[in-house]
Design a protein around this ligand. Sequence first.
Ligand code: ADP
Ligand code: MG
Length: 394
Amino acid sequence: MKKTIVDYNLSNKKVIIRCDLNVPIENGVITDDNRIVQSVETIKYAVDAGAKVIVLSHLGRVKNEEDKKDNTLLPVSKRLSELLELPVIFVPCTRGKKVQDAVNNMKSGEVVLLENTRFEDIDGKKESGNDEELGKYWASLGDIFINDAFGTAHRAHASNVGIASILPNGIGFLVKKELDTLGEAINNPNRPFVIILGGKKVSDKIAVIENAVKIADYVLIGGGMSYTFFKAFGYEVGQSIVDNDSIEFCKRIYEENKDKIILPVDIVTGTAVVPNTTTRLTDSKNIGENEMGLDIGVATVNNFKKILLNAKTVIWNGPVGVFELEKFANGTKKLCEILANLRAKVIIGGGDSAAAAIKFGYKEKFTHISTGGGASLEMLEGKELPGIKVISEK
Ligand code: ADP
Ligand code: MG
């Protein structure tokens, strides 16, 4: 068992908490504050325990000076302050005198948020490359390190692995909840256990199938994942998205797991990913040369439903169609409805799948919506997450 924040006496200690406050921001306005909301419990616990709390997080990708203004954590510090009902002292840099002064002046129960850790990526990818000197510097600011950023746990960055390799460390409540819920589902599921894979990051997700067929009773495949299989079978896939490097893999894995891997039997096609495109319902073998598959059809929804009605554990990662467009939303909408009404443990991983569940009004109906799409996929792949591996055992 990993050490957690409750294993430490935090009183008067400088506690660095790595959160995942990487929320979508449009024109300076936060459009979904879920990750901030989910981070509050651990920060609040440390505040109440009398710690001096130093919060670190990344936001978006920062490649050059230009990217800085769209990726400042300033709006996040305001929202965090509202949710904590406490002032949050925002330091607009990631190192230097301002950081030192802010940390030195902290009193017990105060919260400081440093600027986006990825500002350190401009000069030689120091954050994302886990630069040793940067990890040491951040570690020098605190006494204890708590990793509560599940969304980056699959990456070895200076702000998680770097600091954790130096300071006494543990995980926060959010990471614990994620590891327990996902870990239980993956390692000790009530069966039948069904994994649903969709979305468009096909090359990332194909690797998951290899482990999914080992641990699950059924693997339902929809969305952009389907067409690489269809191409492997020699079907016409038209303009649908395909991962050409994975065709042989799909052929083999399907051959070996015909009873487990359930693919769409019908598809809703369009001629472009635009709202007013002409659509057509076709069986999976007859996609036109100029068409692209953009949703699963009703027969597929029914096939999926038959399997899901018996399921006791479900993990869903990736929408089964381009649900953002009305014409291709039906499959994902129906899938949400089916999942919401199951008497099973249902876990959603993946930012867009969570967005779909929220859009269609089912947010409260699931056992767990993960804050880390990539991290939950790596757990499904059977990999150990570097951000967690580095944390001490009890
Ligand atoms: P998640 O964030 O849940 O892990 P992804 O990021 O992999 O999911 O993919 C989400 C996106 O996949 C959605 O924006 C959706 O429009 C797109 N998508 C789903 N099905 C298809 C398809 N058949 N063709 C192209 N894009 C698709
Ligand atoms: Mg996504």
